[in-house]
Design a protein around this ligand. Structure first.
Ligand code: FRU
Length: 481
C-alpha cells in the first residue's frame, strides 16, 4: 500500500497557507472518523507527525514540539508544532512554533533539541534548504523562546564545512560554562557519525569532529543524535540508517535506534572512553528519532516518534500519520537504560479489573499489567473475526506477531519482531491506545513499540499469565484547540 507515492514534490512542499480551509476540514473529518486515532498519545490533527523536537522543561511546563507536515500524511514542508503541559494529562495547543520560509530553511525547519539558558529556551534546528538542482544545503540554526511564549528565529550558527548533505538534528547542552552541540552527520567516506561542536558563547562554534567509538563503520547516516549523562556515565543515543545484524533481534526495521554507554567523553582525543557494546532500546516495529531532556525534578525523559521514515501506516487514508510515545523516564541499571512511563501517566488509569482467559473490551485505550511466572505465555488483541496481533514468549525470547491484522503493511520488513527475555519472572506493562502498543519488558530494559491495525478491536485473551490486570485509560485533554 502506498497512497503517498502519487504526491508530487510541488504538492508535498506546499505551505500551510496554501492549503484551503476546505482541504483542512476534509482532512480533519477523515481523522475524526478513524477509530485508530489515539486518545492519550500525541498525534497530529491532520498531516504527518515525525520526530519530537525542542523538548525542554521551561517556565513551569514541559514543552514538546514535533516535526509536522500540514499538507497531508506525507513528508514534505516541515514545521515545528508546539504543545506544552504541566502534567502530561492537560495540554495546551500553541499551534505552529517554528515555520520555514527564510532562505536558510526554505525547504523545512528540520529537527533539533532545546536548551534552557538565561531565562530563555533556545530552540536549535536544522535549516533545510535545497538549491535549483535539489541539492540540500543544511545549516544548524537556532531560535529563542521567551517566558511569555514569543518565539523568534535567530538564523544560522553553523555552516556545513565538513560533511555531505546529510548534516542535521542539533542537540545542545551546557557544561562548565561551555556549550556543546552534537549533530547527526555523514562523513565524506559516507559513514554515519555523531559530530561535536563546542562554543563559549553560542556564536562561535569550534568543530571538534566525530565522537570516536568502536562503531566507526556502522551505517551510512546517524540521525537525531543525543548525548547526556546519567549517574556520571556518558550516553550516546542515535538513529542509525543502513545497519543490520545476523542475530534474531537487532536492527530489523528499515532504520533503527541504538545507544552506547561510556565512562566519559575525552574532549582531546574525542573518544568515548570505556564504552560498552551498542544496545537497542526498543524491539518493536515503530520506534525512531527519540530525544531526551531533563525536567525540574532532575528526571531524564525520553520521547520517541512512533513511526519510521519511508513507511506509510494505514492511517494515511484518514489523512494523518505518526504519533509520539509516552514520555518515559530513564534510569541506568546494570549497563542498560531502563525506561518507565513517567508517574503522571498513572493519573489516566481507571480502576483495576483482574481477568483470566478472555476479557471483552469496553474501550480500546487501556493498560495491562501482566505478572509472568511460567516459561510460555501468549496475549492476543483481536476482533470477533479473528484478526489479531499476538505477543508471546518462550523461556528465551518475546515475540510480537503482526501477520494476522485486519490491515497489514510494511511486510517487506517482516511481520514478526523478537526480543531477548532476560528473566522468567517479571512484570510486563502494555499500554494500548486504539492502534498503538507500547510494551515494557525486562523491567523496562527493553520496549516493543508498535502500531497495529485491527478493525473493531474487541477482545484481549491471555494464556499462561499468572495474573493479568486491565485498567481503562482516560484521554488526555487540550491537544487541539
Ligand atoms: C528523522 C529526520 C531527521 C530530520 C527530520 C526531517 O526522522 O529525517 O533527520 O531532521 O526527520 O523531518
Amino acid at each position: 500500500m502506498n497512497v503517498n507515492s502519487n504526491w508530487t514534490v510541488e504538492q508535498r512542499y506546499r505551505r500551510l497557507e496554501q492549503i484551503t480551509s476546505h482541504e483542512v476540514a476534509e482532512m480533519e473529518s477523515a481523522r475524526v472518523a478513524d477509530s485508530g486515532f489515539p486518545s492519550y498519545h500525541i498525534a497530529p490533527k491532520f498531516g504527518l507527525l515525525n520526530d519530537p523536537n525542542g523538548l525542554c522543561y521551561f517556565n513551569g511546563e514541559h514543552h514538546i514540539f514535533y516535526q509536522w507536515t500540514p499538507v497531508g500524511p506525507v513528508h514534505g514542508m516541515k514545521y515545528w508544532y508546539h504543545l506544552s503541559t504541566k502534567d502530561f494529562v492537560h495540554f495546551t495547543d500553541h499551534g505552529v512554533g517554528l515555520e520555514p520560509g527564510d532562505d536558510y530553511d526554505s525547504h523545512g525547519v528540520y529537527s533539533g533539541g532545546a536548551l534552557v539558558d538565561n531565562e530563555q529556551a533556545l530552540l536549535f534546528f536544522t535549516g533545510n534548504k535545497r538549491d535549483e538542482d535539489w541539492i540540500r544545503e543544511p545549516t544548524q540554526c537556532f531560535a529563542t523562546m521567551t517566558a511569555e511564549g514569543t518565539i523568534e528565529k535567530q538564523g544560522v550558527i553553523i555552516e556545513n564545512d565538513h560533511y555531505t548533505e546529510h548534516f542535521r538534528d542539533p542537540k545542545v547542552w551546557k557544561k562548565d560554562d561551555q556549550y556543546f552541540m552534537v549533530v547527526g552527520a555523514q562523513t565524506p567516506a559516507e559513514r554515519g557519525s555523531m559530530v561535536l561542536y563546542q562554543s563559549p558563547d553560542l556564536e562561535t562554534w569550534q568543530h571538534k569532529g566525530p565522537i570516536k567509538t568502536r562503531y566507526q563503520d556502522f551505517g551510512y547516516m546517524w540521525e537525531c543524535p543525543d548525548f547526556f549523562e546519567i549517574d556520571g556515565k556518558s550516553i550516546m543515543l542515535f538513529s542509525p540508517q543502513g545497519v543490520s545484524s545476523s542475530n534474531a533481534y537487532d536492527f530489523k526495521n528499515i532504520y533503527s535506534v541504538a545507544y552506547i554507554i561510556g565512562d566519559r567523553l575525552n574532549l582531546e582525543s574525542m573518544e568515548l572512553e570505556g564504552h560498552q557494546d551498542i544496545i537497542q532500546p526498543d524491539y518493536g516495529f515503530d520506534f525512531y528519532a527519540p530525544q531526551t531532556y531533563l525536567d525540574e525534578q532532575g528526571r531524564r525523559i525520553l520521547i520517541a516518534w512512533i513511526g519510521l521514515p519511508d513507511i506509510d501506516a494505514p492511517s494515511v487514508k484518514n489523512q494523518w500519520a505518526g504519533m509520539l510515545s509516552l514520555p518515559r523516564e530513564l534510569r541506568l541499571e546494570e549497563g542498560y537504560l531502563v525506561q518507565s512511563p513517567v508517574a503522571e501517566i498513572d493519573e489516566l488509569k481507571g480502576k483495576k479489573e483482574v481477568f483470566s482467559g478472555t476479557h471483552v473490551l469496553n474501550q480500546t485505550s487501556f493498560m495491562l499489567r501482566l505478572e509472568l511466572e511460567s516459561d510460555e505465555f501468549s496475549l492476543e488483541l483481536r476482533n470477533e473475526r479473528g484478526d489479531k496481533v499476538i505477543f508471546s514468549a518462550d523461556e528465551n525470547e518475546f515475540t510480537l506477531d503482526r501477520s494476522q491484522m485486519s490491515q497489514n503493511y510494511a511486510q517487506e520488513f517482516g511481520d514478526v519482531r523478537k526480543a531477548p527475555r532476560l528473566s522468567k519472572r517479571q512484570v510486563i506493562v502494555v499500554y494500548v491506545d486504539n492502534s498503538v502498543m507500547e510494551i515494557f519488558i525486562n523491567g523496562g530494559r527493553h520496549t516493543m513499540t508498535s502500531r497495529f491495525f485491527i478493525d473493531d478491536l474487541q477482545l484481549v485473551s491471555e494464556q499462561g499469565i499468572a495474573r493479568a490486570c486491565y485498567y481503562s485509560m482516560q484521554p488526555v485533554t487540550g491537544l487541539f484547540d
